[in-house]
Every structure is written in structure tokens, then in C-alpha cells.
Write a protein that binds this ligand. Structure first.
Ligand SMILES: [Ca+2]
Ligand SMILES: [Ca+2]
Length: 219
């Protein structure tokens, strides 16, 4: 803008300083130049207004995004085959983890086939960072045999396991009687399964059907 005003002023001063003869030779060119500069000035004014409008829109979007982050519906979730997953990096015993999932309209994850198992392993587990039985890296699922020893079910659907991915020597049924204590299903870092003491505290993974959401995810 400053440059345009400067050029306009320069043209006016130049015009005023010319003699009559000189003006006759350059009148047309100066008039054209002034017209172009004024046109340019108008365009810059328009761009300036548009820029202010854009800044206003960006400000509104930013405010909306911040408000969304504060909403329970906007917590970071990952969608996969009609379900929404949320990993909780918060260590709880199995029962408290289950309650935490229920509070957000979800349930502890239920793994129904190898595709889902592999996807969860790739998406959420620390397969490259942890040793096999690293308690810091285990994750609760909804699987358990709390009702009948050795009969594992998913806590939400009540379905018995159709697909399993047990680690070697798991589950611990009949193993020095620890099976009767290890009743809740945790995921090992590479995605294999282990029944563990339900009182142990691990991270956990909540799942829910997208159609059962209490509100629409913004992601
Ligand atoms: Ca058991
Ligand atoms: Ca076990």
C-alpha cells in the first residue's frame, strides 16, 4: 500500500514539474500510469478486506476446534470397521477399566478375528518397545473367565471366544492353580493374549459401535 501511494505521489509531482511542451508529449502515458496505479490501489484494498475476512474465519474455526476438544464427544478415537476405539494410557485394575469404558458409552475391547487383532497390535500396542511380559505395556481387554474357570467370554457381548491369540503356555488354566486367579485377558505388547490377575493395573482399550455413540465424533 505504501508503495502505491508513493508512486501516485511521485507521478503527480512529476506531472506538476513538467513544462507545457513536455506535458503534451507525456500526458497520455502519465494518465495511463495514474489510472493503472489507482486500479491497483483498488485491488489491493479489496484483497485487504478479503484477508481480514479470512482471518476472522480462521479465528472462528480455531475457537470451534478448541471448544470441540473440550467436549466428551471429541476425544481422540480411531475408527475401524464400524467401531470406534480409544486407548487409555491410564493404569487401572480390570474392573475400574471396565467402568471407565462404560462411562464413555463404550466397553473393554472385544477382539473377534485376526484382522482386528493385527490392526489393534499395529495401532495401539508397543510391540517394538517392550519385552513379552512387560507389565508396563500390557493392555486390558474385555475377555475374562471369572464366571467359570477356563470358559472365557467377552464382558460386553457375553460371547465365548470364537477367535483366540494366546501366547505360548497361555491361558494359565491348571498351571500350578494360578488359572483360578488369572481371570482377565490382557494383550501382550506383540498382540498375543495372556490371562492375568484382574487386580493388576494396566492401560486399557475401549471400543464401541459407531452407531451406539452417545454423540457424533468430530474426528
Ligand atoms: Ca482363569
Ligand atoms: Ca496367564
Amino acid at each position: 500500500m505504501f508503495m502505491i501511494f508513493f508512486l501516485l505521489r511521485l507521478a503527480e509531482v512529476y506531472t506538476q514539474s513538467l513544462t507545457s511542451d513536455e506535458c503534451e508529449r507525456c500526458d497520455v502515458r502519465l494518465s495511463d500510469m495514474l489510472r493503472m496505479l489507482k486500479s491497483l490501489q483498488t485491488q489491493v484494498s479489496i484483497y485487504r478486506e478479503e484477508n481480514m475476512e479470512l482471518k476472522s474465519e480462521i479465528k472462528k474455526l480455531s475457537k470451534w476446534q478448541n471448544n470441540s476438544k473440550a467436549s466428551v464427544c471429541s476425544v481422540e478415537r480411531v475408527h475401524y470397521r464400524g467401531h470406534s476405539y480409544r486407548y487409555h494410557k491410564s493404569k487401572m485394575n480390570w474392573t475400574d477399566a471396565q467402568i471407565a469404558c462404560e462411562k464413555e458409552g463404550a466397553y473393554l475391547v472385544e477382539i473377534e478375528d485376526n484382522l482386528e487383532s493385527e490392526w489393534i497390535t499395529d495401532m495401539f500396542l508397543k510391540k517394538d518397545l517392550c519385552s513379552t511380559y512387560d507389565g508396563q505395556c500390557m493392555v486390558w481387554t474385555g475377555g475374562n473367565d471369572r464366571d467359570t474357570e477356563g470358559v472365557f467370554k467377552w464382558s460386553h457381548s457375553k460371547n465365548t471366544f470364537q477367535f483366540t491369540n494366546w501366547n505360548t503356555k497361555e491361558p494359565s488354566i491348571g498351571s500350578l492353580d494360578v488359572g483360578s486367579y488369572e481371570n482377565c485377558l490382557s494383550l501382550l505388547p506383540v498382540g498375543y493374549w495372556n490371562d492375568a490377575l484382574c487386580s493388576w493395573k494396566f492401560d486399557f482399550l475401549c471400543e464401541r459401535s459407531i452407531h451406539d455413540q452417545m454423540c457424533q465424533d468430530l474426528s
